[in-house]
Design a protein around this ligand. Structure first.
Ligand SMILES: O=C(O)CCC(=O)C(=O)O
Length: 252
């Protein structure tokens, strides 16, 4: 699972890169079936149809956490993060890694939500506070266990935001504060509507191109993300369950 030079360059520039079809179906398929078996066991699927009014009405973040607690897959999830993938992640870091921040990967599941798809009031955050020097010290991998359609609850990333705290004049200000100064991106963090077509167009902030990346695609696709990048869960407006898993490597 070596990274190509263009993939490496894209990761450094944008902080996120998609590696298409990087895992074979014989790795993702059995986990997908295990998840469905868990849905059946938990009464979250009946006759092949997802059913849980209760889950549907939970706020997005809470629903994902709740499903993670309920669905038990265990160490089989490790198969989604083979050694070559961990080595590729480690090779992106400025100085050598390396150990997973958590012993096991995390399941990222979401059921169809009640609300319509939009960018309003999402939960944008970073999982690694930027270090004083511009270094890659933490990389997160997201694996698609099943196909995830656009607007199907994929993680969203604000590509390029890992660079913002290091720009001259940023003085350690967070990416979120810097983006918040821009009238268009500010709407992502406010309470007014943010579902505007123009938010999808790349836009320069102090010379850095920023764009929204939706981590959708096919089972076996892998996204790698610099953990200084702002990202958020999103609304699942399809009828299918969103099935992803993630693992974080953080320099000790
Ligand atoms: O897509 C999701 O469930 C959100 C993932 C996330 O925010 C994270 O892993 O930090």
């Amino acid at each position: 699972m070596l990274l190509t030079d263009p993939e490496r360059m894209q990761f450094e520039k944008l902080g996120v890169v998609r590696l298409s079809s990087r895992l074979p179906q014989n790795r993702t398929g059995p986990i997908r079936e295990r998840i469905f078996a868990e849905f059946d066991r938990l009464g979250l699927r009946a006759g092949g149809k997802l059913s849980s009014a209760k889950l549907r009405s939970l706020p997005i973040f809470r629903q994902i956490g709740r499903l993670e607690q309920m669905v038990k897959i265990g160490s089989e999830l490790d198969r989604l993060f083979p050694d070559e993938l961990l080595a590729a992640m480690g090779s992106l870091m400025t100085s050598p890694w390396l150990r997973p921040a958590r012993p096991h990967p995390q399941l990222l599941l979401s059921f169809p939500h009640k609300e319509a798809w939009s960018l309003d009031r999402l939960n944008w955050h970073v999982d690694k506070t930027p270090t004083p020097a511009d270094e890659i010290v933490a990389v997160q991998a997201f694996v698609l266990i099943d196909d995830v359609a656009s607007r199907g609850g994929a993680t969203l990333a604000l590509a390029g935001t890992h660079k913002l705290p290091y720009l001259p004049g940023s003085r350690g200000n967070s990416a979120r504060n810097i983006l918040g100064e821009d009238p268009i991106f500010a709407s992502l963090f406010g309470s007014a509507g943010a579902d505007k077509e123009y938010l999808w167009r790349p836009r320069e902030i102090r010379g850095v191109p920023i764009s929204i990346v939706e981590m959708c695609g096919r089972a076996g696709d892998v996204y790698l993300m610099d953990m200084r990048v702002l990202h958020s869960p999103s609304v699942n407006a399809t009828k299918a369950a969103r099935m992803m898993a993630s693992l974080r490597l953080v320099r000790p």
